[in-house]
Design a binder for this molecule. Structure first.
Ligand SMILES: Cc1ncc(COP(=O)(O)O)c(C=O)c1O
Length: 418
């Protein structure tokens, strides 16, 4: 006889006062059902059936321009990157089946950490299995009981979850508000450990943090500073090191968090630092220790990609041109954008509400354009927006085509005047 639970032993549907643990999701279920009842394609169930290049794919059966990926530098189809991955698969197999601190450190993990040290010109680099885990691990490990984390209220979910996993006091301040941040830091008891957590580019609106001022304020209060440069690595700054480099404060930043899932074009996360005791984190950081390391093919592709990004200044210049043209063109068409000026590779188009956002998203898809539909809790202030993220591989002609698609879809849905 099977040792599984028999039908008779299985829990029955809950009745009466018993609380269904899933009742907390009822609002989300209702919103989704209402949206789908209106007849739109589900914006959160898109399938890329075939990926043709960093900027084109067959999505839900249509040839589509991709304007909603994080593939800022277009590295996913770079021939050297692909070749490095294939060789690593052949030489090292498909996975490590172990933690970095046991059997999961291969030559490739050391190589990619060396590439990161050189990319950022920093002493230490530690690679995690995702950027999410890098924030989770670093923040929860360095800010513990009795310490204070002061962070921007619009921080990424992985930063908030890193705070939740640790036991530090968490003190948010209004988005990009230097005075509010200064005040919060000023109220922290004397002698407490302080960590300020900021992002270079905030990924929903595509706006940049005033790091020059914020890092100075943090240092005035004796706080350590962590900057998540997930959306700026490879693109912003002379060497592509991010907003801290572009604003001239990288030497005062204690920890930079980054990801391989955007400009690098694969998956993985990391932290780089000059802190003299940094290496101890390899033994005490639970999201580093208690999970399997990245597959050899992934670290090999990341390593090759990072080394190529060191020489990516032409691509960076073209991506800036794309960002400026798309931003200027959408603004001229009458769309409301997340920033007055282009500040990054992200151009956010603000929608009046979810219904219009979903209708516009679908109209663009029918035109042959994919963008991200973003809504709370990912977005700030309850906004619905269409997030456009440009790629260095979008041609100037493609950007013009995209503007034409936005114009037709915007008029059809009534977002801009006909
Ligand atoms: C600011 C920021 N940090 C961290 C992450 C997590 O990166 P990953 O995809 O590598 O988990 C993201 C992902 O979107 C992000 O936007």
């Amino acid at each position: 006889m099977s040792e599984g639970i028999s039908q008779a032993d299985r829990p029955q549907a809950l009745e009466g006062d018993d609380r269904d643990l899933f009742s907390k999701f009822d609002d989300v279920i209702q919103t989704r059902e209402t949206l789908l009842a209106s007849g739109v394609e589900d914006p959160f169930s898109l399938v890329m059936e075939q990926v043709l290049s960093p900027t084109r794919a067959i999505c839900n059966g249509r040839d589509t321009i991709l304007l909603g990926t994080y593939n800022y530098m277009g590295m996913t189809f770079d021939p050297d990157v692909i070749e490095a991955g294939k060789q690593a698969l052949d030489n090292y197999g498909s996975g490590t089946t172990g933690s970095r601190v046991l059997n999961g450190t291969y030559r490739g993990h050391k190589d990619v950490e060396q590439a990161l040290r050189e990319f950022y010109a920093m002493d230490h680099a530690m690679v995690f299995s995702t950027g999410y885990q890098a924030n989770l691990g670093i923040i929860s490990t360095i800010a513990g009981k009795g310490d204070y984390i002061v962070l921007d209220i619009d921080s990424h979910a992985s930063i908030w979850d890193g705070c939740a996993l640790g036991n530090a006091e968490v003190v948010p301040f209004k988005h990009n508000d230097i005075v509010a941040m200064d005040k919060r830091l000023g109220r922290i008891p004397e002698g407490a450990g302080k960590l300020v957590v900021l992002e270079g580019v905030y990924s929903m609106l595509g706006d940049v943090a005033p790091l020059t001022e914020m890092v100075a304020v943090a240092k005035k209060h004796g706080a350590m500073v962590l900057v998540d440069e997930a959306h700026s690595m490879g693109f912003i700054g002379e060497h592509g090191r991010g907003v801290a480099e572009a604003q001239g404060v990288i030497d005062d930043v204690d920890f930079i968090i980054g990801t391989f899932s955007k400009s690098v074009g694969t998956v993985g996360g990391f932290c780089v630092s000059n802190h003299p005791k940094f290496e101890i984190l390899r033994l005490v950081c639970r999201p580093y220790v208690f999970t399997a390391s990245l597959p050899p093919s992934v670290v090999a592709t990341a390593c090759t990609s990072i080394r190529k990004l060191m020489h990516g200044s032409n691509k960076r210049a073209h991506l800036w041109e794309n960002s400026k043209r798309l931003h200027g063109g959408l603004k001229a068409l009458g769309f409301t954008l997340g920033t007055d000026e282009p500040q990054s590779a992200i151009v956010a188009v603000i929608m009046p509400d979810l219904e219009h956002g979903a209708a516009m998203w679908e109209a663009l898809l029918h035109e042959g354009l994919y963008v991200n539909l973003a809504r709370p809790p990912a977005t700030p202030a309850g906004m619905t927006l269409l997030r456009c993220s440009l790629c260095a591989e979008h041609s100037s002609e493609e950007v013009e085509t995209i503007l034409g698609m936005f114009e037709r879809a915007g008029k059809a849905v009534g977002i801009i005047g006909a």
